[in-house]
Design a protein around this ligand. Structure first.
Ligand code: BG6
Length: 464
């Protein structure tokens, strides 16, 4: 548990991300007793919101997204919530400095400062400069949501600005898919079990699918989403990081820093995407959503074939797919093994498949063939399933809870670094420079038909 007194400044405190993810994670930490003994949270935004109204806002967010306020020490918690309105930029700090001053007097001298930028990437440079200008950067930790940048060029410029104000050791770039339990099990299962370690190779693996269809639309985040789209929101960020988890070479240890270096190294081997192997889509009715531009060309769906140019993965396609308003909500990583070259007579030819379900508390599944008990030789496809939460004494933490706790502890190991991100941006550059034609797809479907060809000959494991 973190012990230093901490002032946590949440920029974008009344936005969708704060309501859905950050504030619930903070309350979960309070319930679990994982917040430091002295702390305060200051929400920041443009409007002038009274402290009392912000507390009500947080209360409502917890009622909607959980954990319910009654499940924890709400009275004690709400006393520590404040709001600083009037925005925050280089010309004017709004009321933030006054509120921080007030909170510092309450908490006692020299609390740690943690700034959480739950705002769109376009706002990162201005806020970062303002932190430096108003003396709030020194010794602080600063958390950046993803995507870290809006293009390869913008990423480089953002990184320069960030490094003029902050030392890299102060920077926490979040990619919450790395904080998911099942994502962490990808490397544990592989490196701790010879059965998997020995087969994790092009000789045995035919293809990999990383499939994250969502039934969600863009709900209350139209402005953010319309300026971002699926490639930036999910592909260059979450899906690439997960692909790197699958594809990395054995790290020096299972320590998080070594894992991070291994992930970054393999991203450098991602071949820049070929626009002919990428399908972009937009769901029907997207342009009618409040806050979306009437002629928006934003992608709400992307499917891509990624190749990794190294000896382990030569010729193995990594099929990546995600989209809004699709037929199902899943988060599945599947390694499809090769079918036995000469199955024995009487045995069906079916490939083994190892699946990691990243959603919720996570689950691992192994598809295999087994003999059905009985006199006859009858072979049945079967799936062995391991829900991670059912392991003895499991205490699964949602990824945001885990990662914010790491920030409070000053542990950067599950956060991304500029080297890996720079390589990820390089790999998507061709589709940003020459985007494939945007195909329409009906809501509730599996996305544009063109993506079927991408997954030939075997097709997507989910849906079509
Ligand atoms: C976020 C994206 O980072 O991840 C969202 O901005 C997406 O568009 C979400 O829906 C998925 O995350 P989760 O929490 O469902 O795993």
């Amino acid at each position: 548990m973190a012990t230093a007194k901490t002032v946590f400044v949440l920029f974008g405190a009344t936005g969708d991300l704060a309501r859905r993810m950050v504030l619930p994670a903070f309350y979960t930490l309070a319930i679990e007793g994982l917040l430091p003994p002295g702390w305060a949270l200051i929400g920041n935004g443009r409007g002038d919101v009274a402290h009392e109204d912000f507390r009500k806002h947080v209360h409502d967010a917890l009622v909607e997204f959980g954990p319910h306020p009654d499940q924890g020490p709400w009275r004690e918690f709400e006393r520590r919530l404040y709001f600083a309105g009037g925005g925050f930029d280089t010309d004017s700090p709004g009321s933030l400095l006054d509120v921080i001053g007030h909170v510092r007097r309450e908490l006692g001298p020299r609390p740690e400062l943690v700034h959480y930028l739950a705002v769109p990437p376009q706002a990162f440079p201005g806020l970062t400069r303002a932190l430096g200008q108003h003396g709030l950067a020194e010794g602080a930790r600063v958390v950046y949501e993803k995507p870290y940048g809006t293009s390869p060029k913008n990423f480089r410029s953002l990184n320069r600005i960030v490094h003029t104000v902050l030392d890299e050791s102060q920077v926490y770039r979040i990619d919450h898919f790395l904080g998911k339990e099942a994502t962490q099990n990808l490397h544990v299962l592989r490196f701790a079990n010879e059965l998997f370690a020995a087969n994790w190779h092009r000789d045995h693996i035919e293809s990999v699918q990383i499939d994250v269809p969502e039934t969600l639309g863009v709900a209350d985040r139209a402005a953010f989403y319309d300026a971002t789209g699926a490639v930036l929101d999910m592909l260059v960020t979450h899906l690439f990081q997960v692909a790197a988890e699958v594809a990395m070479e054995p790290p020096a240890s299972l320590g998080a820093a070594d894992l991070q270096s291994a992930r970054e190294r393999v991203i450098r081997s991602f071949r820049p995407l070929d626009p002919a192997e990428v399908v972009l889509g937009q769901f029907d009715g997207y342009r009618d959503v409040k806050g979306i531009a009437a002629r928006s060309r934003t992608d709400t769906y992307v499917a891509a074939k990624l190749w990794i140019d190294n000896a382990r993965w030569k010729g193995v396609p990594f099929l990546l797919r995600t989209g809004k308003r699709m037929a199902a909500g899943e988060q599945r990583v599947t390694l499809v093994l090769r079918t036995p070259p000469r199955p024995l007579k009487g045995l069906p030819a079916q490939a083994n498949a190892l699946t990691f379900s990243l959603a919720g508390d996570g689950q691992i599944e192994l598809r295999l063939l087994a003999k059905k008990p009985g006199v006859e030789l009858q072979v049945e496809p079967a799936t062995v399933t391991l829900p991670l939460a059912e392991l003895p004494d499991a205490e699964p933490l949602p990824p945001y809870v885990r990662l914010i706790h790491d920030v409070l502890l000053g542990d950067r190991s599950l956060f991304t670094r500029p080297d890996g991100l720079s390589a990820a941006w390089r790999a998507v550059q061709p589709i940003l420079d020459a985007p494939p034609r945007l195909a329409r797809y009906p809501q509730g479907s599996w996305g544009p038909a063109a993506a079927r060809k991408l997954a030939a000959p075997h097709g997507w494991l989910l849906g079509q």
